[in-house]
Design a protein around this ligand. Structure first.
Ligand SMILES: C[S@@+](CC[C@H](N)C(=O)[O-])C[C@H]1O[C@@H](n2cnc3c(N)ncnc32)[C@H](O)[C@@H]1O
Length: 219
């Protein structure tokens, strides 16, 4: 799932890549880096990593019509669903990229430029030997922090895995992020959309955590 040559992976999949105007494909060698860079040059800019069923992504775009909303997702079926539904719902401010968010965020998104990075219910990768696959490694958390607009830019994380909460807080703090909001008592967090997994947790009565971090001003 992670790593490898994205163009080769895309070509070898049995399901053809999604050819849709809302899908960006910066991994292509003929590339549309320029299109992706132009899309992320807009402000406000919000990015969701691992959107899965695209409830949160599309509701965020609906709630923030002046913002550009970029989603990353490894699974092609959700990339297709997001692009088709965004177009059907007239959400011209959405674009999606198939693949691992990490290399793209580093290569294509300028430092200090993102108003919100949203990571909802990241895969927990329970086994210790798989922990390195978690999104919140120290390297990737540092990369996320570097892409946020200082002070106002926020990282939003939701998870129903208690052990992951501590890890996220530790990694975020080490990356220079400050925890400024937690749970539904936080007005900003309460005003954000609900992801598919979040709705499922609510239906089943499974408790989950919501965290809002901000990048501290460089001193
Ligand atoms: C547990 S699901 C949560 C989906 C959705 N955010 C929600 O709350 O319903 C995690 C999703 O993240 C995607 N994913 C995992 N690692 C990723 C990465 N490095 N870049 C992009 N997507 C990723 C997976 O394919 C999966 O759809």
């Amino acid at each position: 799932m992670i790593g490898g040559d994205l163009e080769v992976r895309a070509q070898h999949s049995r399901v053809p890549p999604v050819d849709h105007p809302y899908v960006l494909a910066p991994y292509r060698r003929d590339g549309d880096d320029a299109v992706t860079r132009a899309f992320v040059a807009h402000h406000p800019l919000h990015i969701e990593i691992g959107f899965g069923r695209p409830h949160y992504l599309l509701d965020l775009a609906r709630n923030l019509p002046d913002a550009h909303v970029l989603g990353f997702e490894i699974k092609r079926e959700w990339v297709r669903a997001a692009s088709e539904r965004a177009q059907r719902d007239g959400l011209g401010n959405v674009r999606v990229i198939e693949g691992d968010a990490r290399p793209h965020l580093e290569r294509l998104v300028p430092e200090g430029s993102v108003d919100g990075i949203h990571v909802l219910f990241p895969d927990p990768w329970w086994k210790k030997r798989h922990h390195k696959r978690r999104v919140f490694t120290s390297d990737f958390t540092a990369l996320i922090a570097s892409r946020l607009v200082p002070e106002t830019g926020m990282l939003v994380v939701k998870t129903d895995v208690p052990a992951y909460v501590d890890q996220v807080i530790d990694e975020a703090t080490a990356a220079g992020l400050e925890l400024r909001g937690e749970g539904s008592v936080d007005e900003l967090l309460a005003s954000l959309p609900r992801s598919h997994r979040e709705k499922k947790c609510a239906d089943l009565g499974v408790p989950f955590h919501m965290l809002r971090f901000h990048r501290m001003m460089p001193s």
